[in-house]
Design a protein around this ligand. Structure first.
Ligand SMILES: [Zn+2]
Length: 287
């Protein structure tokens, strides 16, 4: 059976067609219409039509920013705001006349890396997105574990500091408010008065402010993931998102995690993703 996967991102929508052995047959990208829900639905359906030309049958999965609420069937927790509160799964199914599978980007990322990427040799995989937000997903023996209410793996909103930084979710002190890209950039600004992006910041962190910034980052990263290991004890953790390119996460970051786990033996591999930006679209094919 052919598989079509769609990755709906904030700036682009990517579609891919795979054959039975997961070989790439065709790949198309279009820009995401800005603040235009109907435009997004139309573009996705255009991509599916293009990719499915002359196919006898196929499965279709869509990777979305945000999660379909089990309570309402509507999309929630999305940084592509025009999608919030929309019945995107149902609208696409009606337009395409076909059942689709839909999962959030952290879950698609984890599924792809655990099946065909960096963590393919491990049974229980915890996938981490460290970027604009902080997300996570759990895959057990190549199957996604969404949890009773679809929130399994959402470590980004574990409380790290009681009464800490305010979070858009309504709580305070969430992991995401300390180690997402924007939070780390804010912290740099607080320390130095300068507005800089992460790649610039990490090029020059040997001075006092830089050391402070990095050591806080490593402490928060360490406590956040050590909590995950204490609960889940996964066979591997794989990192994705823009911040996963930071090399010291795999050395000092890993040490910081290990030092905080409740065990005399910690050897959980913390791996860099292999599929990069393509994890979402591959994951969508195999939901
Ligand atoms: Zn939160």
């Amino acid at each position: 059976m052919y598989k079509i996967g769609i990755d709906l991102g904030g700036t682009k929508i990517e579609g891919i067609l795979l054959d039975d052995s997961l070989n790439v047959i065709q790949r198309i990208r279009v820009l995401t219409p800005k603040n235009d829900y109907q435009g997004i639905v139309n573009e996705i359906s255009y991509l599916v039509d293009q990719l499915s030309t002359n196919l006898p049958d196929f499965t279709l999965g869509v990777c979305t920013p945000g999660t379909i609420s089990k309570k309402t069937g509507l999309l929630k927790n999305s940084n592509t705001q025009c999608l919030i509160g929309k019945s995107i799964k149902e609208d696409l199914e009606n337009k395409l006349g076909k059942k689709i599978s839909m999962e959030n980007d952290a879950n698609c990322f984890t599924l792809a890396e655990a099946t065909m990427g960096a963590a393919k040799d491990f049974d229980l995989v915890f996938g981490v997105i460290l970027g604009t937000g902080v997300g996570g997903g759990i895959v057990i023996n190549k199957k996604l574990y969404p949890g009773r209410t679809n929130i399994a793996g959402e470590w980004g909103h574990h409380t790290l500091h009681h009464n800490g930084n305010p979070c858009y979710c309504g709580k305070m002190g969430c992991v995401e408010t300390y180690i997402s890209g924007p939070s780390l950039e804010n912290q740099w600004k607080k320390l130095t008065g300068e507005s800089k992006r992460i790649p610039e910041i990490i090029q020059n962190i040997t001075n006092e402010n830089g050391k402070k910034w990095k050591s806080e980052f490593m402490e928060n990263f360490g406590y956040g993931l050590a909590n995950v290991i204490d609960i889940l004890d996964p066979d591997a953790i794989v990192l994705g998102g823009g911040l996963s390119n930071i090399d010291f996460l795999y050395t000092e970051g890993k040490e910081s995690v290990y030092n905080k786990v409740f065990s005399d033996l910690v050897d959980t591999p913390i791996l860099k993703n292999q599929l990069g930006d393509s994890a979402g679209v591959f994951g969508a094919c195999i939901i």
